[in-house]
Design a protein around this ligand. Structure first.
Ligand code: GDP
Length: 392
């Protein structure tokens, strides 16, 4: 499906930049238009693929291009004040050619955390196309203020979008790695999963003869109804031959063809299980997910309807949902078969509860310190006997 992507804040901008790179590299054509919005000039300058005209610096009169310093209330205020400047960049997007908007932001900071929900609300008011969010949760080692920001932004963002897809940095961080190098890999991971998912709805007619290609309306229907989504992924390397031939074609006999089919089906079912039970973008209990979409991507000779049907059935059992869609995404030249599972309307998410708990503690602590700080300062400045006099 074709998306208009808007990255808000540093993380949002970097991820959208990566999506553009992915699009160029794979020719998937999912990014119909892209923009990056920030209060920090340096962050915008660091982008490589978002065009200069589509980089919007907001809040110049307030923060002079230096960012909001993890103050997401200020981020939200500035976004509201300068929404016309953001709209200016969106005006150049041929909205009739996009299937949906995707607003991307890291929820732990200030600009994206505060601004993304404001932008989503604005877009929903103006356009009829669905507005999705891709929200990135901070690592638990980032500290109280980031957690508090994320918890407040999550609550607001989910209310303003048609669906909030979540990626949890905490589940993906690796110890012993530089933050920068770590993000580089994490961003690759984000773009691979969501790239295949959205790319599935963008197969051009006649491009490949697939058995049951996923249509963008199936992605939209899975995401409709609001709530929170998570994505699972698993892949297996396969050997691609130019003729698309497998064992059967080499040996040209029927028993080998049967063997191929059985093998292909088994590979698909095991990839579906691995994707659903492995690390999700937002770890959660898959039981109770309201809707799901299963996408099998890879060279067409490695995809078959039976495998997808079995995978779908298994997902229905695991989630308890009767609304499980599935299809394939013929994808040549990658050297792998991949299973991507979108689980929409998940509600059993311990990580969110934990995030909220830590956020409440951080909030209480901040209030306490603020209250005490006035008293403490007074105590410090006071000379006790009132012997000293202030200058004025
Ligand atoms: P903002 O510019 O004020 O919106 O804040 P940032 O986007 O810099 O940071 C917000 C949060 O996003 C941080 O707390 C991190 O958890 C996360 N973050 C920052 N940069 C990246 C990135 O490149 N990739 C990912 N996945 N997360 C990031």
């Amino acid at each position: 499906m074709k998306l208009a992507m808007i990255g808000f804040g540093q993380a949002g901008g970097k991820v959208v930049d990566k999506f553009l790179e992915y699009d160029k590299r794979t020719g998937s054509e999912i990014v119909r238009a892209a923009a990056a919005v920030n209060t920090a000039k340096a962050d915008l300058m660091g982008l490589e693929h978002v065009s200069e005209e589509q980089r919007v610096l907001i809040g110049q009169s307030r923060v002079k291009g230096h960012g909001v310093g993890a103050d997401n209330e200020l981020g939200a205020e500035i976004a509201e004040e300068d929404i016309d400047e953001v709209q200016g960049a969106i005006d150049s997007i041929p909205v009739h050619e996009v299937d949906a908007f995707l607003v991307v932001a890291g929820l732990g900071g200030g600009t994206g955390s505060g601004g993304a929900p404001v932008l989503a609300k604005h877009l929903k008011r103006i356009y009829t196309e669905p507005v999705y969010g891709l929200g990135i949760l901070p690592g638990s080692d980032e500290g109280g203020i980031y957690t508090l920001n994320a918890a407040r932004s999550f609550q607001t963002f989910v209310r303003e979008v048609d669906n909030l897809m979540v990626f949890d940095n905490d589940a993906w961080r690796k110890t012993g790695e530089s933050v920068q190098g770590g993000y580089e890999q994490i961003n690759e991971e984000i773009v691979r999963r969501f790239g295949i998912l959205f790319g599935a709805g963008e197969v051009k007619q006649g491009q490949e003869v697939a058995e049951s290609v996923v249509d963008s309306s199936e992605i939209i229907n899975t995401l409709s109804g609001g709530g929170v989504s998570t994505v699972g992924y698993a892949e297996e390397e396969v050997e691609e031959t130019s003729s698309g031939g497998l064992l059967s074609r080499l040996r040209n006999d029927e028993s080998a063809e049967e063997l191929d089919t059985a093998h292909t089906t088994n590979r698909i079912t095991s990839l579906v299980r691995k994707a659903a039970l492995g690390r999700l973008t937002l770890p959660c209990e898959i039981e109770g997910a309201e809707r799901a979409l299963l996408v099998l991507a890879g060279p067409p000779e490695y995809l078959n309807r039976k495998g997808i049907e079995r995978g779908r059935k298994w997902l229905e059992e695991q989630t308890g949902s009767m609304e499980v869609r599935g299809g394939d995404y013929p994808y040549r030249g990658s050297g792998f078969v991949a299973s991507v599972i979108l689980l929409a309307g998940v509600t059993n998410v311990p990580r969110i509860k934990e995030l909220q708990q830590v956020a409440i503690e951080a909030q209480d602590n901040l209030e306490e310190i603020r209250e005490e700080s006035e008293e403490n300062l007074e105590e410090l400045v006071d000379d006790g006997e009132d012997e000293l006099e202030s200058l004025f």
